[in-house]
Design a protein around this ligand. Structure first.
Ligand SMILES: Nc1ncnc2c1ncn2[C@@H]1O[C@H](COP(=O)(O)OP(=O)(O)OP(=O)(O)O)[C@@H](O)[C@H]1O
Length: 549
């Protein structure tokens, strides 16, 4: 199949902002593609060539890509950079440059989807000596055969930013429509496998029954079950008719998978962080029997046995060098709270069963613990409040209130698991722009324009936030803003939507000034949330319902 065919689909998708139209375009395309190409085009419609959780990285930075484009088009790298500034992204810049190039050295061969897909995959496999020049050679081969629009999308796929307004939800619905599958069936298969390519293939070849058979597999992360905010401790427990209450630790959520000899540790956005925390790998291996399993817990950083700042742990899990030093400086502790798989899938079992099983197989140690928990019902409600008070006293965030009779429901924020925190609720937002400071702070970006997601996965600006930033955070953020910069416009900067912030505020207000049509009074940055991705940010719908409440 020609690459141009998916490029036409990209262009059609970019031409509409309507979710239903996008879904129809994808459904129509997916239904025409043969079984072998289908998983590839499904991933490519998301701008990726590996499932989202895969550890493979293409590792070709913007600079090298611009150099490759410069070489193919026969202009200087600085001309490409100028064009990127003007157009707002590398893809559009490549398209423009190709169009203005008169020489017809291109189109030496017609690109196929297989060829583009396989070559982009090859990029990730290259390491060691001369890896950069070998990667460039692959990109040059692709780009020199490309038309202007093909070059646009090859470039955007390399930087994993397609800009066609298509997220996982639309692709998933496209698959449902293409193969007549009930949406909840596709959704569940997605939550369990996180591989839309696989889901499309099974949907086409085996239909709904095939999808229903897909289950948890160690090694393949599952979307975490999420918590809603509890109105009150006692009322929540009474409504559940009894609860498992646990300390809510303030760290990062991890999902641990063991398959055969291999252990993998994933974050909640399904990034593989195993190599950054080798000591935890060893402690976990010792704590569990030598069987396949999937367990969940919260990993926190401690000093003198007291939790320390959340940012410390984020720095640790992103680290690639000097790991031994980091192990010493930022000791980690793991508090396990769920077991989803042990020799077989267990997520349909009630929580009380999963917790008992976890307790019966785990050998705790100085690093590996069970989350502190108390079973509470109407006869001992005060135990929950006591747990909350102790938790806060020890520097934790609050408590979790979980329904013991419920299965694990991946990816859903429901009433079966609640959280009760000492501090008011915050919002997770993405930075889309900012304003440079003045005077001494002219080199820093002092104020950040942040956005939420709407029901069609479009970003809507919400507010400028400028407080809550200590010097370190300001420096880190400024660096990230430069990394993701699209362009400067006077004192303003526009960036790719990559940086997630958690912000607190005093009040939600209506506001015609911002695209969300709502805004926040006194927004304050609580922290950078590297453990979350664009799919995890809050939505305009949630904000609206919070406003009404
Ligand atoms: N004992 C525990 N049981 C379950 N989750 C816990 C526990 N301790 C800490 N957590 C953490 O609390 C999170 C839920 O609360 P909260 O909303 O504050 O976190 P979040 O990461 O901002 O949001 P989300 O609800 O989206 O996970 C879980 O995702 C998990 O990381």
């Amino acid at each position: 199949m020609k690459y141009q065919e998916i490029v036409d689909v990209y262009e059609a998708l970019a031409a509409t902002t309507k979710r239903l139209e996008k879904t129809d375009i994808l459904a129509d395309f997916f239904s025409k593609v043969d079984s072998e190409t289908l998983p590839k085009v499904v991933l490519m419609s998301l701008g990726i060539v590996f499932p989202t959780w895969s550890e493979e990285e293409q590792g070709l930075g913007d600079k090298l890509l611009m150099k490759a484009i410069a070489d193919v088009v026969g202009v200087s790298t600085s001309s490409v950079e100028d064009q990127v500034r003007e157009q707002g992204d590398i893809g559009a810049a490549a398209e423009k440059l190709y169009e203005s190039k008169s020489q017809t050295t291109f189109f030496s061969k017609q690109l196929t989807i297989d060829f583009v897909f396989n070559n982009l995959r090859k990029l990730t496999k290259i390491s060691g000596s001369r890896s950069t020049s070998r990667k460039i050679a692959i990109v040059l081969e692709l780009l020199s055969s490309a038309t202007a629009t093909e070059a646009k999308y090859i470039s955007r796929t390399i930087i994993e930013e397609l800009r066609i307004g298509v997220g996982e939800g639309i692709v998933r619905d496209g698959i449902s429509n293409a193969f007549n599958i009930d949406k909840p069936v596709t959704e569940r298969a997605h939550m369990l496998t996180n591989d839309l390519g696989l889901i499309a293939e099974v949907a086409k070849n085996e239909g709904e029954d095939g999808l229903k058979k897909l289950s948890l597999t160690p090694g393949r992360p599952v979307k975490p079950m999420l918590a809603q905010l509890a109105d009150g401790i006692n009322s929540s427990i009474l409504e559940m008719g009894g609860a498992i209450c646990e300390v809510k630790y303030d760290g990062i959520r991890v999902q641990i998978h063991k398959k055969g000899e291999e252990l993998k540790i994933f974050t909640r956005r399904l990034d593989d962080i195993t190599l950054a925390i080798p000591e935890m790998d060893r402690y976990i291996q010792k704590a569990f029997p030598d069987e396949d399993f999937i367990a969940e817990g919260e990993m926190i950083a401690t000093k003198d046995n007291k939790p320390i700042s959340f940012q410390n742990i984020l720095q640790r899990v992103r680290r690639k060098y000097n790991i031994e030093k980091a192990i010493e400086n930022t000791p980690l502790n793991l508090y396990l709270f769920d077991l989803l798989y042990f020799k077989e899938p267990m997520l349909d079992e009630p929580l009380s069963f999963r917790r008992n099983k976890l307790e019966s197989i785990l050998t705790t140690s100085e690093k590996i613990h069970l989350s502190e928990m108390t079973k509470v019902d109407e006869s001992n409600l005060e135990d929950a409040t006591n747990l909350f008070n102790t938790a806060i006293g020890e520097g934790n965030e609050g408590i979790m209130i979980k329904n013991p009779n419920e299965p694990y429901i991946p990816g859903i924020r429901g009433k079966k698991m609640l959280k009760f925190k000492a501090e008011p609720e915050t919002l997770d937002v993405v930075v889309v722009g900012g304003t440079y400071g003045v005077g001494k702070r002219a080199n820093f970006i002092g104020s950040y324009l942040v956005a939420l997601r709407d029901a069609d996965d479009q970003l809507k600006t919400l507010v400028y936030v400028a407080t809550g930033l200590d010097d370190d955070t300001l420096a880190t953020l400024t660096e990230l803003m430069q990394k993701y910069k699209i362009r400067d416009k006077g004192t303003k900067i526009e960036v790719e939507p990559k940086i997630i912030l958690e912000i607190a505020y005093s009040e939600i207000v209506k506001s015609p000034e911002y695209e969300a049509k709502y805004s926040l009074r006194f927004p304050v940055v609580k922290r950078i949330r590297n453990d979350k991705g664009i799919n995890d940010i809050d939505t305009v719908e949630r904000l609206k319902s919070m406003y009404k409440e």
